[in-house]
Design a binder for this molecule. Structure first.
Ligand SMILES: *Cc1c(COP(=O)(O)O)cnc(C)c1O
Length: 355
């Protein structure tokens, strides 16, 4: 830290992204990326003509991509906002709708970025513990009188909450924004985007990073009432109007267009998730019921950190969490069937070494 850093940020605890080591080739199951490449249509569209056009600024309104998303979800373009990764929307939303007086509530075990934004913007965070079975206690949020952010499915547990519970949060908090972060919803959860038509306090946040194989393009989007979208634009036009580069815009558009490829990839991941869960349970793992492209698992014979280290030695990366109630677990992203077979085989070895 230099002596110039503003006092405001001296004690800020930053978000720690999953490791991206370069020392050797790993089977990378630690950051929930897709094991499949983007749609061939993406590769076709991000071509030399588009690269030549990089001399020009990108469309600050992102009209073409927003139009595609609006058609895909059955909304008007005025209900769509796109951003440089969905992290940026979350950041904008915390900035736009929360402050020292207007707090925000979220679970103790959830996406690690929520408390960081809270801290960065000086927002009062109301952190509500998950149940003993790692479910979100939805009733805690009814009529809470604060903004709410929920990842659905939740991370790193993979567990979803129901439509009725979301609806009740919206109904009982009409003067507050309810942000539903659907980063993983395409892998078997149920989206609440249609509720945007009924509730003007719902902000649904989505990403191209996981189900559309575009983590490196940094592309996210939000669907909400027109007035909420205007508020997000207010923050965007006060920070970085050209927040999305030209290549990512065309990549995103092509990815939405190729519906079949998207659905096939999601189906493959869901199938591989079922297979992996079953195999890990057979060798004694407890695996939480996941609707995401990862599973959250623990074994009674060792800690998550121990399992992580043993897998890393074998060239497989997963993620463990140094946090109360999570010491036993690792989060394993779903890769290709071959990658998961390698994981299962290593896990079997590690389990049998304990006996
Ligand atoms: C991955 C993830 C994001 C961020 O995705 P980007 O679009 O890559 O910024 C947001 N929320 C949750 C819960 C995530 O897991």
């Amino acid at each position: 830290m230099s002596r110039f850093l503003s006092k405001r940020y001296k004690s800020l605890e930053v978000y720690v992204p999953g490791e991206q080591p370069r020392d050797r080739q790993y089977i990378k199951l630690n950051t929930n990326e897709s094991p499949y490449p983007p749609s061939p249509l993406v590769i076709e569209r991000v071509n030399s003509a588009e690269v030549s056009d990089l001399r020009l600024y990108s469309d600050p309104e992102c009209t073409s991509l927003r139009q595609r998303l609006a058609e895909f979800y059955g909304f008007s373009i005025s209900n769509i906002f796109v951003s440089n990764g969905s992290d940026e929307i979350l950041s904008f939303a915390f900035m736009a709708f929360c402050d020292g007086n207007k707090g925000i509530a979220f679970p103790d075990i959830t996406y690690g970025f929520y408390p960081v934004y809270g801290d960065l913007y000086g927002i009062k965070c109301d952190i509500i513990p998950l149940n003993d079975d790692y479910n979100i206690d939805c009733s805690e949020y009814y009529g809470i009188g604060k903004n709410i952010v929920i990842a659905n499915p939740n991370a790193p547990t993979g567990i979803s909450i129901g439509q009725d519970e979301i609806e009740k949060m919206l109904e009982t908090n009409p003067e507050n924004i309810v942000i539903i972060d659907e980063a993983y919803v395409d892998f078997g959860g149920r989206s609440c985007v249609d509720m945007v038509k009924k509730y003007d306090n719902l902000l649904v946040v989505r990403t191209f990073s996981k189900s559309r194989s575009l983590a490196g393009a940094r592309l996210g989007y939000a669907i909400a009432n027109e007035e909420i979208i205007k508020d997000l634009n207010k923050i965007k036009y006060s920070t970085n109007p050209y927040n999305i580069n030209r290549l990512s815009l065309v990549a995103g558009e092509a990815a939405v267009e190729d519906e079949q490829y998207f659905e096939d990839c999601c189906k493959k991941i869901i199938k591989t998730r079922g297979y992996t869960t079953e195999k890990l349970r057979e060798i004694g793992f407890e695996v939480l019921p996941s609707d995401a492209n990862f599973i959250f698992a623990r074994h009674p014979l060792f800690s998550g950190e121990y399992f992580y280290k043993k897998l890393k030695e074998a060239g497989i990366l997963v993620r463990y969490f140094n946090k109360e109630r999570l010491y036993g677990f690792v989060r394993i992203s779903i890769g290709t069937p071959a990658q998961m077979d390698a994981l299962i085989s290593e896990a079997s070895k590690i389990v049998s070494e304990q006996k």
